[in-house]
Write a protein of this length. Structure first.
Length: 347
């Protein structure tokens, strides 16, 4: 006998919601999924009417579902947002070039303006060239630091008010776990926040999927037949994150609420008085936000350009002291622009 939908009590249930365990029909699942994201947006005060919002679009499932859902909710609830797609091309042949084709198809389908910025244009290096130079050991450090800054640079160029990223509940729980294991209090605070970078000098980043399970994003994309790219990066994922992910999956199989429980724990952990948190400065070279005199991207870039690729791997503050800044470097960006991300456009 078919199982009947827990919500409408009418249609045949097609899936068991990972988050609640309820058996739902397709329509009731869509409604529950979209309504919960709307609730997150409203209660977290993620957007204001009239804002321009750049959606970090990689062509993967999270950002594809994010673009689709934000477009649906923006129309359904009259948020009054001007939505744009912003993609970063890391220069990974056989991976990013293919996924960008997916973004371009989505751009047509959702009728949203798309901007693509490449590492090659911004930094003079593709990830292919970086991996050739440094091997596959620390490549994700370079890629993550450059992507984070590239998204900000792109957002500044486009004059947007917010950047929306597709970080889902599983990603956030993994990051909380990793930061606890590393004892990184500053990052722990940042990774649990639904809005980050909302100081006057930065463009706030928002996470509408903070409480959305990855399994539900996959189910939504599958039932809605959304066009997304699902191949893993050829330069292999972060091994440490892979262990945290596997551990979380094990816990989740015993206790389905593990992911939300970890997010709630992360939110409740408060930083003791007396713990020194890094202050936000501006990089003396490129003007982008940094917790040291030089930002991580500038140090990594200097290492690459000087043939010392290990320069930025490790503590930034120590490397900054080693680097003697000339007067001219202190006042202008190494790429020739005059500070604060003029030439400078998730993780
Ligand atoms: Fe970049 Fe590493 Fe992610 Fe590949 S796996 S896209 S190299 S951060
Ligand atoms: Zn810098």
């Amino acid at each position: 006998m078919p199982i009947i939908c827990h919500v409408c009590n009418d249609k045949k249930a097609l899936l068991k919601r990972p988050k609640t365990g309820h058996a739902l029909c397709k329509e009731c699942f869509y409604w529950a999924f979209e309504s919960e994201i709307h609730h997150t947006i409203v209660t977290g005060k993620l957007f204001k009417e009239g804002e321009i919002v750049a959606i970090g679009a990689s062509g993967g499932k999270d950002s594809t579902v994010l673009a689709h859902t934000l477009k649906v909710l923006n129309e359904r609830y009259n948020y009054g947002l001007d939505l744009r797609l912003l993609s970063i091309d890391e220069g990974i042949t056989g991976y990013r070039d293919d996924s960008l084709e997916t973004v371009k198809r989505n751009q047509q389908e959702y009728d949203l303006p798309l901007t693509v910025l490449s590492y090659e244009t911004l930094y003079g290096w593709t990830m292919d060239a970086i991996v050739k130079k440094i091997g596959k050991k620390n490549n994700c450090t370079f890629c993550g630091v450059f992507r984070r800054q590239a998204l900000d640079r792109g957002a500044m160029m486009l004059g947007v008010n917010k950047i929306a990223t597709g970080h889902n509940a599983d990603d956030i729980a993994e990051t909380i776990l990793m930061n606890i294991l590393r004892g990184d209090i500053a990052r722990l605070k940042r990774c649990t926040a639904i809005i980050t970078g909302d100081d006057p000098s930065g463009i706030p980043r928002v996470k509408p999927f903070k409480y959305t399970y990855e399994k539900e994003i996959v189910a939504y994309a599958y039932f809605k037949k959304l066009d997304y790219f699902s191949t893993e990066c050829i330069y292999s994922p972060d091994a440490y994150r892979g262990h945290a992910r596997a551990y979380l999956k094990d816990l989740e199989s015993i206790r389905p609420s593990t992911i939300i429980d970890i997010i709630h724990s992360g939110e409740m952990l408060s930083v003791c008085q007396g713990v020194k948190l890094p202050s936000q400065l501006k990089c003396a070279r490129c003007g982008y936000i940094s917790s040291n005199e030089l930002c991580k991207a500038c140090i990594l870039l200097e290492g690459l350009n000087k043939g010392k690729p290990k320069l930025g791997i490790g503590k930034t503050s120590k490397v900054t002291q080693q680097l003697k800044l000339s007067k001219s470097e202190e006042t202008s960006c190494s790429r020739g622009c005059n500070k604060a991300g003029a030439c400078c456009s998730k993780s």
